[in-house]
Ligand binder design. Structure first.
Ligand SMILES: Nc1ncnc2c1ncn2[C@@H]1O[C@H](COP(=O)(O)OP(=O)(O)O)[C@@H](O)[C@H]1O
Ligand SMILES: [Mg+2]
Length: 269
């Protein structure tokens, strides 16, 4: 079966889709076969990005490595149980389909709970949770005492991940690797960076994730979206695109890939 990598957290605008695009591009550029699913059925940022990439190729009469995508629709069934059953069947069929020829399946989740999102979390070999690098965003991972900042317990989201891990353990598959990625790190506010870092480290041990090096705040992450490119597509011999900042950003993406230490997957038959 393909290795499943899920981008999740229940907060919008934290960098799930941006991370998904970069991870997919890094994998396909490294010659891996990748399947992609976008469960943010309203925004569809990941699939819009892939559309932009297709447009870019057409306009420039060139080819870029691409993932294979499967789009799933929400069920129209009347009852909730029926809808859940139908979505479960669709999800499993899509994973089986992509597993036939993909080494990796990358799934982008919405910033709120949905059946597809729950199913994705429950099947994740690797779960990547990007988080804006601010103490304000901690409530996504844990409930905090507002006056003291002490950790009171896991958030609803962390509990969902916990359940996903338990149901996974029951099937005998290897443990999910849950990583939290610090996104939009300030390159100037070193004090905030330190405070967030030590608070996250404490949470990591209690809630059961590991921290991986993240991305700094850089306009380039936004600018490339419309062209369907990522930092990894920029040409190393083009002095205009290879600014110091872009080279550093590219290193950050490579650093993430290394920290994930994805097991080499042999191509499916
Ligand atoms: N490291 C970053 N630096 C600058 N802008 C970023 C960075 N990461 C994400 N963004 C921007 O923030 C917005 C939200 O990011 P996105 O990946 O769509 O979040 P999510 O999928 O979690 O809702 C997008 O406009 C994106 O371009
Ligand atoms: Mg998104």
């Amino acid at each position: 079966m393909a290795q499943i990598i899920v981008m999740g957290n229940e907060k919008g605008g934290s960098g799930k889709s941006t991370s998904a695009m970069h991870l997919i591009t890094a994998l396909v550029r490294d010659g891996h076969t990748v399947g992609a699913m976008d469960f943010d059925l309203r925004q569809k940022s990941l699939f819009r990005y892939l559309d932009n990439r297709t447009d870019y190729m057409r306009r420039h009469a060139m080819t870029l490595p691409m993932p294979r995508r499967i789009a799933l629709e929400a069920s129209n069934a009347d009852s909730r149980t029926e809808a859940e059953d139908e979505e479960t069947d669709r999800f499993q069929a899509a994973v089986a389909d992509l597993s036939r020829d993909c080494q990796y399946i990358v799934i982008d989740c919405p910033g709120s709970y949905s059946t597809y999102s729950r199913l994705a979390h429950a099947s994740a070999d690797t779960l990547i949770t990007p988080m804006n690098d601010s103490l304000v965003d901690f409530d996504m991972l844990a409930r905090l005492d507002p006056s003291t900042g002490r950790i009171l317990g896991p958030s609803l989201y962390s509990e969902m991940v916990w359940k996903a891990r338990q149901s996974r353990a029951a099937t005998g598959r290897r443990q999910m690797d849950w990583v939290v990625l610090r996104n939009r790190m300030s390159t100037i506010d070193a004090k905030n960076k330190r405070r967030v870092g030590s608070a996250l480290q404490e949470l990591a041990d209690r809630i059961g994730f590991r921290l991986v090096p993240g991305f700094s705040e850089r306009v380039i992450f936004r600018e490339l979206f419309l062209s369907g490119l990522t930092l990894l597509d920029l040409r190393a011999d083009d002095p205009q695109s290879m600014t110091m900042s872009n080279i550093a950003a590219r290193q950050e993406v490579r650093g993430l890939l290394k920290a994930l230490s994805l097991e080499p997957q042999s191509a499916a038959a």
